[in-house]
Design a protein around this ligand. Structure first.
Ligand code: HEC
Length: 143
């Protein structure tokens, strides 16, 4: 009787330890995944969010312009290469965003400004284009 009881207690103890281990593993997964999904670019980056946090200060929340030129109804934005170069490498006043934004964020923000505020585009900026411009273009080749 005694042996049986302590045996079943041991089993219960092991089951409890197992459950605790599962909880710990799940908690570990949770804490491991949450910062990653908060920081790493999600598969679908929100171009409007990138614009609001990185560009609106100079170009206006609705692309109306400010320190930077107006982007609303701006015919230059039809040219994806111009936009991608401007974002990656900056200009006289505009900072280069190559060190600050991922290629995915640049694709998203480029397509956002190129299709917002009356701008229309049937030639979207592609990830390939941004990656290639980042590696091959730049201040060195632009002068
Ligand atoms: C510090 C202010 C500033 C910030 C921040 C800024 N820009 Fe600019 N942007 C400018 C200025 C000024 C110009 C004009 C060229 C120059 O002097 O740099 C410009 C030019 C441009 C142009 C070319 C417009 C044209 O008519 O040819 C585009 C496109 C553009 N910016 C997009 C962006 C995007 C997208 C972001 C955010 C990722 C951004 N800018 C952030 C100031 C800024």
């Amino acid at each position: 009787m005694r042996a049986e009881q302590s045996g079943s207690m041991a089993i219960r103890g092991r089951a409890a330890a197992g459950a605790a281990a599962v909880v710990l593993v799940l908690a570990g997964l949770g804490t491991g995944l949450m910062p990653a999904s908060a920081q790493a670019p999600a598969p679908a980056v929100d171009g409007a969010e990138v614009f609001a946090s990185s560009c609106a200060g100079c170009h206006g929340a609705s692309g109306e312009g400010g320190l930077g030129p107006q982007l609303a109804g701006n015919a230059d934005l039809a040219n994806s290469a111009l936009v991608v170069n401007q974002i990656l490498f900056g200009g006289e006043i505009m900072p280069a965003f190559a060190p600050m934004l991922t290629d995915e964020q640049i694709v998203a923000v480029s397509n956002y400004i190129r299709t917002s505020w009356g701008n229309t585009n049937d030639t979207p900026t592609t990830l390939e284009e941004v990656t290639q411009t980042r590696t091959e273009g730049g201040p060195a080749s632009a002068g």
